[in-house]
Write a protein that binds this ligand. Structure first.
Ligand code: ASP
Length: 322
């Protein structure tokens, strides 16, 4: 993980880190932890952008571990409207909580904020940047349903330019030697920086503008929403909206075992008729947010328990003064 246990980008998650979290999530599903495992621990939720799944699954996760969530609430009722800087906001909230979850519209916001706090900070999406905890649940869903994570052939389709879940997932899949096929219109290809990083990391990557070029080879088809809110110009959005849509007929050309995933929310990229097919795994994927975030919090809070114990020992060695 990152320094001081911040989780900011999937680039800094090693294969071993990822496996540790996924193994812990599987153990939690098999044998749920005691309801008071992390009693008294508080998770600060700082969402400067809309969220349903991420916010609620983090809240469910900390509550199922015996702790509680402190939600900053809507941005327009927070001090951000009075002009408070993000750095000041997180510095204040770290005094109330044992870990922070931050979602912000600006790419790089989580990196910047993490420099101001000592408690673990989890990036829950920074603009078009990264969304590493989504990646952990994406990988968990693949591992459970696509026969493991080794040597997968994964198609990632839709908005590869602005889709932060795509950027995080691509970094992580590279660590598992996946074959990655990126399917999008020309204007929504992966950002140059991500492409560069993948190349440097030796990723096996191909780009396509037609899903049919690769569909029959895929173990996983990961569909994404066109990120309308990130387009500088509504006309540019309209030019690509609705272009990449799959329905039950599309999937007749896929392998029977191919699983379809989507970080959600979907707009119209996946026809509702797909929901009833064996391919559909996106609701299960969203539900996996709870055990995976429980696992991550459990590991991070265990670590900070250790630090507190060490601090207490140092304190008693120093006569208990602080
Ligand atoms: N929920 C995901 C995110 O926050 C995907 C999306 O919004 O399209 O990035």
């Amino acid at each position: 993980m990152d320094d001081r246990d911040h989780v900011i980008t999937a680039k800094n998650l090693s294969r071993a880190d990822i496996e540790t979290v996924l193994d812990r999530a599987a153990a939690i599903e098999r044998d749920p932890p005691d309801r008071d495992r992390h009693a008294g621990r508080l998770l600060g939720l700082c969402f400067f952008e809309p969220s349903t799944r991420t916010r609620m699954s983090f809240e469910a996760a900390i509550k199922r571990l015996g702790g509680d969530a402190l939600d900053m609430g809507p941005v327009d009722s927070s001090s951000a409207t009075k002009g408070e800087s993000l750095a000041d906001t997180v510095r204040v909230i770290e005094g109330y909580a044992d870990a922070l979850v931050l979602r912000h519209p600006s790419e790089g916001a989580a990196t910047m904020a993490s420099e101001f706090v000592d408690v673990p900070l989890l990036n829950a999406g920074d603009g078009a940047g990264q969304h590493p905890t989504q990646t952990l649940l994406d990988l968990y869903t693949m591992r459970e349903n696509a026969g493991g994570l080794a040597d997968l052939t994964v198609g990632i389709m839709g908005d590869l330019k602005y889709g932060r879940t795509v950027h995080s997932l691509a970094y992580a899949l590279t660590k598992f030697d996946a074959s990655q096929h990126f399917v999008s219109p020309e204007s929504l290809r992966l950002p140059r920086s991500v492409r560069y990083d993948l190349h440097e990391a030796g990723a096996q990557v191909r780009e396509h503008d037609d899903l049919d070029e690769v569909l029959s080879e895929l173990d996983v088809l990961y569909v994404t929403r066109i990120q309308r809110e990130r387009f500088p110009d509504e006309n540019e959005y309209r030019a690509v909206a609705g272009e990449y849509r799959i329905d039950a007929e599309t999937l007749e050309r896929a392998r029977d075992e191919c699983i379809v995933m989507h970080p959600l929310p979907r707009v119209d990229e996946i026809a509702p008729a797909v929901d009833a097919t064996e391919h559909a795994h996106y609701f299960e994927q969203a539900h996996n947010g709870v055990p995976v975030r429980m696992a991550l919090l459990d590991l991070l809070l265990d670590d900070t328990d250790g630090e507190e114990a060490a601090d207490a020992t140092d304190d008693s060695a120093n006569g208990g003064s602080r």
